[in-house]
Design a protein around this ligand. Sequence first.
Ligand SMILES: CC(C)(COP(=O)(O)OP(=O)(O)OC[C@H]1O[C@@H](n2cnc3c(N)ncnc32)[C@H](O)[C@@H]1OP(=O)(O)O)[C@@H](O)C(=O)NCCC(=O)NCCS
Length: 180
Amino acid sequence: MKNYSVRMIREDMENIPQFPIPEGFAIRNYRRNEGHIWTRIQKAAEPYMNIDDGLFTREFKRDFLAMEDRSFYLTTDTGEEIGTITAWWQDDGWGQIHWVAIHPDYQGRGLSKPMMSVAMARLKQSHERCFLGTSTGRIPAVKLYLDFGFMPDTSRENSREAWTEVASVLEHPTLEEFTA
Ligand SMILES: CC(C)(COP(=O)(O)OP(=O)(O)OC[C@H]1O[C@@H](n2cnc3c(N)ncnc32)[C@H](O)[C@@H]1OP(=O)(O)O)[C@@H](O)C(=O)NCCC(=O)NCCS
């Protein structure tokens, strides 16, 4: 399967699905100078891109202070950080779900949805719409975003091919127009 880059958009912030955090886990805000934790989780989880030690700074140097209020870690009850999500934004005012990851040891347990509920609630405080970038090889991620009301941005180049490919492996009401 080809790993096309895709963009997904949510034109409003209404009716955000609420998933409670399961027992034994917690979500907390990022704290100052915790980029190394973000890097550790991304390195363990990321299947396609090279995560180097400078990535965190390149991605978030625009506003490190904002990270303390917009970035979250999912932790175990012993305090180990096992997931990360950031409620970022662009200067045009759009909110952005950015760099979502769960450590492979904890994937497949439904922990991504509570993280999304928290990050979307934070975006709603500051933005009227939001978007994200992902890719077609990341099926659990795409499923998660579709379930949270994100729609394919079909104005992007190759988006028909990309979403037809996703629809061939993922059944979802939003993707009906892309099924053969
Ligand atoms: C994206 C990520 C955070 C999702 O977390 P996760 O624990 O793997 O998510 P889940 O296992 O709960 O899967 C999410 C949904 O996708 C579904 N899913 C997973 N694999 C699937 C597959 N192959 N086909 C269809 N659905 C699938 C799950 O059933 C679940 O839906 P449900 O809650 O309705 O059952 C995690 O996979 C990850 O860190 N991936 C690597 C980094 C990455 O690609 N991040 C996204 C960057 S845009």
